[in-house]
Design a protein around this ligand. Structure first.
Ligand SMILES: C=CC1=C(C)c2cc3[nH]c(cc4nc(cc5[nH]c(cc1n2)c(C)c5CCC(=O)O)C(CCC(=O)O)=C4C)c(C)c3C=C
Ligand SMILES: [Fe+2]
Length: 429
């Protein structure tokens, strides 16, 4: 009791342990490896050894084209107040905390162990000694933030609800758990250290106490996409390279066409221009059944080889698939192969920026792994960029026999912010 508050706000998490260099403030922290969300990644990518940090402020929110980090903690929250002011206050507080944590600082300026012994700390402490670890925090707004289930305007925002921001349709073969679906707000925290990602979400949830409650959350590991040409293609839990044909940070034109909301897209959503839509789908994979399928069948279902990830029509991983090449009794890339069904050629050229993660949430009642892909994709318009692709998959894709979608949500992700702005501010102006 009576302990004097120190200058913990001026000390990095590493500095708190005494093992690192205390920094003079946010601007000076972890300069090495620092990048803005729109920049190409620092040389070497987001390797833990270089421990880069990414600016929270910028033209775009970080965590979209940022080279996909290894770990995810995703949370969907419901707003439990009716007050627009309280919602804005929360977004202001989240902005301050997110900017600090992505720099490697504690969530609050007092810090986890420097404050009064009589008060709860303004940071929970489990990231003491950990670097920024490439942490990005990306915020989104769900359809239910604008209108409740009865269509009532909750916060005076209804006339700003984008046309495209409606609940996703119920797709054939969806087995959705409402408790794992939807949400007024979302937080996507990605980092190369799982504890840093969990710390970020935990502290934002703590700050939101009384204004928000967590609806559902998902941990992920082993990114299943590359979002930069500097990254190797990782593998999903079926053992296949995943992310080969993804939209990359370096593809400026493709990003404008497929990922960023344009100025003429929606008159009621000027606040979203330069942002994107985040589609989240929790897809269980029946691992044990898949593992009993012959290698040749597994490759036929995907349309690529399991080893190199090359299309079955030949070449290397990055070779263009030849969907017309004949095979035995039909095209060599089968009519129901995943890469054929979802290919942009089948969907008016629509591409998406995939940013999903593997998950294993223990075992189910039958002893099988409760495991799969937490599919995350950023699209300019889900009505053209996601829904037709998902519908085609649900109806025709050979992979579907091994998939069960248990959670689903859509969020509008506002663009980045300048100095003194809070995340999503333009929605309230
Ligand atoms: C509706 C969109 C998609 C869902 C849902 C989806 C689920 C899903 N995908 C894999 C495995 C792979 N997907 C691959 C490519 C790929 N997938 C989608 C879309 C969805 N996938 C797209 C648009 C693409 C790219 C197609 C192209 O442009 O060629 C691949 C191949 C490698 C790659 O390009 O990434 C694999 C493997 C699983 C296991 C899965 C559900 C659990
Ligand atoms: Fe896919």
């Amino acid at each position: 009791m009576g302990r004097v508050r120190g200058e913990a706000g001026r000390v990095s998490r590493r500095g708190l342990l005494g093992g690192g260099v205390a920094v003079a403030g946010v601007a000076g922290a972890f300069v090495t490896g620092r990048a803005t969300a729109d920049e190409a990644p620092p040389a070497g990518g987001a390797s833990a050894s270089r421990a880069p940090s990414y600016d929270f402020r910028g033209v775009r929110q970080a965590g979209i084209v940022t080279p996909a980090q290894d770990r995810l903690h995703f949370a969907a929250l419901d707003v439990v107040t009716d007050s627009r002011e309280e919602l804005m206050t929360l977004l202001r507080a989240w902005t301050v905390a997110a900017e600090r944590m992505t720099t490697g600082l504690p969530a609050g300026e007092i810090g986890p162990v420097e404050g009064s012994l009589d008060l709860p700390p303004d940071d929970t402490g489990e990231a003491i000694g950990l670097a920024a670890s490439g942490l990005t925090i990306t915020f989104g707004f769900g359809p239910s933030l604008f209108r409740d289930a009865e269509g009532r305007d909750r916060f005076g925002l209804a006339d700003r609800q984008p046309e495209a921001l409606r609940d996703l349709p119920h797709f054939p073969a969806d087995l959705l758990d409402p408790a794992r679906s939807g949400g007024d707000l979302c937080i996507q925290a990605c980092a190369d250290d799982p504890q840093v990602a969990v710390h970020a979400v935990r502290n934002l949830v703590r700050i939101g106490f009384g204004t928000t409650s967590v609806r559902w959350s998902q941990l992920g590991f082993g990114r299943t996409s590359s979002t930069s040409v500097t990254q190797d293609t990782p593998r999903n839990l079926f053992g296949f390279k995943d992310g080969t044909a993804n939209v990359r940070a370096e593809e400026a034109v493709a990003l404008e066409e497929n990922v960023w909301v344009g100025s003429s897209d929606d008159a009621s959503a000027a606040w979203l221009v330069g942002g994107s839509y985040l589609v989240a789908r929790r897809i269980n994979m029946t691992i044990e059944v898949w593992d009993r399928q012959p290698l040749g069948d597994q490759e036929a279902f995907v349309g690529r080889t399991k080893g190199s990830g090359a299309p079955l029509s030949g070449g290397e991983e990055l070779s263009t698939p030849d969907f017309a090449m004949p095979g035995r009794g039909g095209p060599i890339i089968a009519a129901d192969a995943h890469v054929r069904i979802v290919h942009p050629d089948q969907h008016g050229g629509a591409r998406m920026l995939r940013r999903g993660y593997n998950f294993v949430d223990g075992t189910d009642a039958l002893g099988g792994l409760d495991a799969g892909l937490f599919f995350v994709a950023y699209v300019r318009d889900p009505r053209t960029g996601f829904t037709p692709v998902q519908n085609a998959m649900a109806k025709h894709d050979a992979l579907m026999e091994y998939l069960k979608t248990t959670g689903s949500a859509l969020f509008a992700v506002p663009p980045g912010i300048g100095p003194d702005e809070f995340v999503g501010q333009a929605l309230f102006d």
